[in-house]
Design a protein around this ligand. Structure first.
Ligand code: PRX
Length: 654
């Protein structure tokens, strides 16, 4: 729900009364990667701190000359340096004798498995890079990647990085239209996709979506297709190439292409307050530093850990904490292709037990689904290997935090509640597990080197105990460098609301001890199962249907997914409301954007509450969706409208 961050938040008030705190275990603290002096070191000279980290963590081909050039809001980090991300994530580990270390244990949903060492990964990345080169990809060319959670996904990302070819991963749950928009915005030359993948025991096709997309993407010259399902699929002669035929015959040697520190590494599209997704720009050195530093400090990763970030690589969490951060740190990771309930609700716990997973990173929405199924599922497995738990994607409610702590972490494992965004590239606010005393529901403090504040509408810092808007007060290495092709939108979206500071779009509150409590989005962006979707994108998808005249969409609080999409729809003359049409409209949104955007509730209404100037009053729609008493209605043009809508709400659920 869109909070008013300056008013009190009842759930959080209640928690503050509870005041439960969890200090770090002394044994854990004694061995922790990150110690308290990191904060002091960073504050003494923040640029010197990042420069030292960059020298220590990154293998450079040419050392950098300047640490930061800050021409607000445009940052350049580590200019003069050259490096290669794939070399840093793979080759250098093999060179220093870690070739036999496992990079990934991959588990397919039907139960097939692969164990991939760093040496295997190097050979796979090199063959894929050579294949892309054969298809015409060179430094600077963009590649789109639309794959399920199979090993070829990180391999393709690293192969692009090896060539200095920026990539954009499009989540496999997105529709062909969403894929086409992203390919066109990025101007991608090659698309890497698959025949399909497994989800909840079923084969889910992808190639037909890719084909539909490529019909309207003039820049795509070749499509490389992984055969995951082995059922064959439609292939276009000359354009489409099977991965197995094109990649497997390549040499397993490929020299990394050195790129400049600010070379574009990838674009990742995210929702904003307009219908056009934003291509978030991440560049090479700063991003690699931000992800590897935070992965080391926040997850406390040691050489013998088995680390599992259970996100999808199609979102930023997977980019930063399945692929780049962990591999830069030579970590052994788990990748699981499928759903947590397939074949049963203990699939994750079975994986934790079997592989001896020591670190687990997931989202509150997943934790709430597990809570709903009951603690018998985790109890049925030996989870004693787990020594650290992480949470990301939305505020974690204290009950979910405590359930995770008790039933997954055995009451021992510290929890790191990590706040960050696609734009920030890496975690900015989080406990350091050997240092910070945690409070359930609080992301605690900014990490070393990060400046964050909570300000009121005028940009003035709020005193302890107050709520307001979260801002980041200084540049950081993994920050977005812009919105692809749109510097003005970048400035306007992030740097104009509070001049000189980065506006994250989240409400936050700081308690008397300075702990940060995140309160959710303050703009028209919904957070559904930890993923951001803009209301306007869903509205545009609805209006795209021939029966719809106007639509307004809001997020309604949901026990499991955080928010669920509630759509109010006005039909065009000649169309009658019916259950069949409601179903058709929901499916239409899933078709246009992807299943994640399918509205849970859809209500036909003859009118929408508007101001006299014609602006839809979403605040009132949110009150209606939540079944709350209406807020201030003085600016409402026609008061009878809300009564009519309210009378109908009972029929909205799917
Ligand atoms: O609202 C915040 C929420 O997720 C948004 C970022 O979404 P996205 O770019 O998709 O990245 C998600 C994974 C990094 C933020 O603006 N969010 C993320 N982590 C937290 C959070 N809200 C509260 N607590 C968190 N730990």
């Amino acid at each position: 729900m869109q909070p008013d961050p300056t008013s009190s938040q009842p759930e959080i008030e209640a928690l503050l009364v509870e005041q439960r705190t969890f200090p770090p275990d002394p044994g854990f603290a004694a061995r922790a990667n990150a110690t308290a002096d990191l904060h002091a070191e960073a504050e003494r000279d923040v640029e010197a701190f990042w420069a030292a980290q960059a020298r220590e963590r990154i293998s450079w081909f040419t050392p950098f000359e300047t640490t930061l050039e800050w021409d607000l809001p445009f940052a350049r980090w580590f200019d003069g340096g050259t490096l290669n991300v794939a070399y840093n994530c793979v080759d250098r580990h093999v060179e220093r004798g870690l070739g036999e270390k496992v990079a990934y244990h991959w588990i397919g949903e039907p139960g097939d498995r692969q164990t991939i060492t760093y040496r295997d990964l190097q050979a796979r990345v090199n063959r894929a890079a050579n294949a892309l080169r054969e298809l015409g990809v060179a430094k600077g060319d963009r590649v789109a990647i639309y794959l399920p959670m199979i090993p070829e996904l990180p391999v393709a990302m690293l192969a692009c990085a090896k060539l200095g070819a920026p990539f954009t991963v499009v989540f496999g749950g997105f529709s062909s239209e969403a894929l086409a928009d992203r390919i066109n915005d990025a101007g991608a030359k090659v698309l890497v996709t698959a025949d399909g993948g497994w989800r909840r025991g079923r084969k889910v096709g992808l190639k037909h979506h890719a084909d539909a997309a490529v019909a309207s993407t003039p820049t795509i010259e070749h499509v490389l297709v992984v055969s995951r399902l082995r059922d064959g699929c439609h292939m276009v002669e000359g354009r489409d190439h099977w991965w197995g035929e094109t990649v497997d015959r390549q040499s397993d040697r490929c020299d990394p292409v050195p790129v400049e520190s600010e070379h574009l590494l990838y674009l990742l599209y995210t929702s904003g307050t307009t219908a056009k997704p934003k291509g978030i720009v991440h560049t090479t050195a700063g991003y690699l530093l931000g992800t590897s530093f935070t992965h080391h400090a926040v997850f406390d990763v040691k050489p013998d850990d088995v680390y599992w970030c259970a996100a999808d690589i199609g979102w930023v969490t997977g980019h930063s904490y399945i692929v780049f951060g962990p591999l830069a740190n030579a970590t052994t990771g788990i990748i699981y292709e499928g759903a947590p309930d397939t074949p049963a609700w203990d699939r994750w716990w079975q994986i934790v037990e079997e592989y001896g997973v020591t670190i687990l990173y997931t989202a509150p929405t997943a934790i709430r689904s597990f809570m709903k199924q009951g603690e018998a599922w985790p109890r049925g497995h030996d989870l004693s290997s787990l020594r650290l738990l992480g949470s990301v994607g939305e505020p974690i409610n204290p009950e979910a935090w405590l359930w995770y702590h008790t039933h997954v972490g055995g009451g021992r494992a510290p929890i790191v509640d990590t706040w960050w965004q696609t734009e920030t590239g890496s975690i900015l606010i989080s406990p350091l597990p050997g240092v910070t005393t945690t409070k359930p529901g609080s992301a605690t403090f900014p990490l070393p080197g990060i400046g964050a504040d909570v300000v009121d509408a005028a940009g003035v810092p709020v005193p302890p105990g107050g709520g307001g808007y979260l801002v980041i007060t200084r540049p950081w290495p993994s920050m977005l460098r812009g919105i692809y092709g749109d510097p003005e939108r970048y400035r306007e979206t992030y740097w104009s609301r509070f001049p000189g500071r980065y506006f994250a779009g989240d409400g936050a509150k700081r308690d008397e001890e300075g702990y940060f409590w995140l309160l959710g989005r303050v703009d028209d962006v919904m957070n559904v199962a930890g993923h951001r979707l803009s209301t306007i994108e869903v509205e545009s998808a609805l209006v795209d249907h021939p029966s719809v005249a106007e639509a307004a969409v809001v997020g309604k609080s949901d026990e499991v997914t955080g928010q669920a999409i509630f759509a109010f729809v006005i039909l065009r003359a000649g169309h009658e409301p019916s259950d069949a049409l409601a179903l058709q409209l929901r499916e239409h949104v899933a078709y246009v954007i992807g299943p994640i955007a399918r509205p849970r509730y859809l209500l036909f209404t003859p009118d929408l509450p508007k101001t006299r100037s014609g602006k839809i009053m979403r605040r009132l729609l949110r009150d209606i969706a939540e079944g709350r008493p209406l807020g201030d209605t003085t600016t409402l043009a026609d008061a009878t409208v809300v009564d009519t809508i309210r009378e109908n709400t009972g029929s909205a659920e799917d």
